[in-house]
Design a protein around this ligand. Structure first.
Ligand SMILES: [Fe+2]
Ligand SMILES: [Fe+2]
Length: 288
């Protein structure tokens, strides 16, 4: 089957990907599932699998180069953060409106959990911004180019990446330039030199890179890099500085995964605080 004949968006909701991660990495102290893939909703398991199949098959090194060329021109839209949030909230999918939170609610639950723990304001802001790159979906990008665990391209795919068996269909898997341990990289060259699979993490990092402290930028850029921050599969590409900075990625991750609460945050009451916070760090508009 060619890519065009395939359903590009198998997930009923982008959140199904994140819900799957929570099942894979349950919150410490909660009862871990023996096999997270055997959870009740088998339809969801099937769509998540199909989503990863597409992601692992088509995210090649050359594909990432193309996407960077296309999106890092930032010629799609100029928006304030608030316009971007409103825009992201127009993302309608087949999720259940009774139980699923919208995108703004997820951002606020993440940032409010960070704020309640007394972290610095730039950390709160990072939480509030971290998924804004999902506007890629609204620029017509399929799910497998927006979300999903990210991984380095241009070198061997770790078997610690979820559903790594699907990489066999990826052309890079068979290309000697890209399929060795280091591929096109040098040992411990540092992640800044390493291309990651394309998605909302790299995109929002590139938009914010002049405005947040480096710790926050690492959180934005690598928050979906589970094979490293959970599995330590790419230590051989990381520099000592990356390891220092990943302490912050690790700090951020629980707020992203485990802050989903059934009660939606009070957007109206919180807005003044966030308006001030956004104005402190960011220019009035940003190019997407
Ligand atoms: Fe994310
Ligand atoms: Fe998130």
């Amino acid at each position: 089957m060619s890519l065009l004949e395939t359903n590009q968006n198998p997930l009923a909701s982008l959140d199904d990907w994140e819900d799957d991660i929570v099942k894979r990495y349950p919150e410490p102290g909660t009862k871990a599932k023996e096999d997270y893939r055997n959870y009740v909703d088998s339809d969801r398991v099937a769509t998540v699998k199909e989503f990863y199949r597409l992601n692992h098959t088509y995210q090649t090194y050359d594909f990432v180069v193309e996407k960077e060329k296309e999106f890092l021109k930032f010629d799609k839209r100029e928006m304030s953060i608030w316009d971007a949030v409103d825009f992201l909230n127009t993302l309608v999918d087949d999720s259940d409106p009774d139980t699923d939170l919208d995108q703004l609610q997820h951002l606020l639950q993440t940032s409010e959990a960070i704020r309640q723990d007394g972290h610095p304001d730039w950390f709160v802001l990072t939480g509030f911004l971290h998924d804004l790159g999902k506007v890629l979906c609204l620029f017509g990008e399929p799910q497998w180019c927006v979300v999903g665990d990210t991984f380095p391209v241009g070198c061997k795919h770790s078997d610690k990446i979820v559903y790594s068996e699907y990489f066999e269909a990826n052309p890079d898997f068979h290309n000697p330039k890209f399929n060795t341990k280091y591929g096109v990289y040098e040992p411990n060259c540092g992640l800044d030199k390493v291309k990651m699979s394309w998605g909302h993490d790299e995109y929002i990092y590139q938009i914010m890179k002049d405005y947040l402290p480096e710790e926050g930028l690492y959180m934005l850029r690598y928050h979906s890099f589970y094979s490293q921050h959970r599995e330590k599969a790419y230590d051989h590409l990381m520099s000592a500085h990356d390891h220092e900075m990943f302490k912050w990625v690790d700090k951020f991750n629980p707020y992203d995964l485990y802050s989903k609460a059934p009660t939606p945050p009070d957007v109206k009451a919180l807005k003044p605080y966030y308006e001030e916070l956004v104005a402190k760090f960011l220019p009035p508009t940003l190019k997407f």
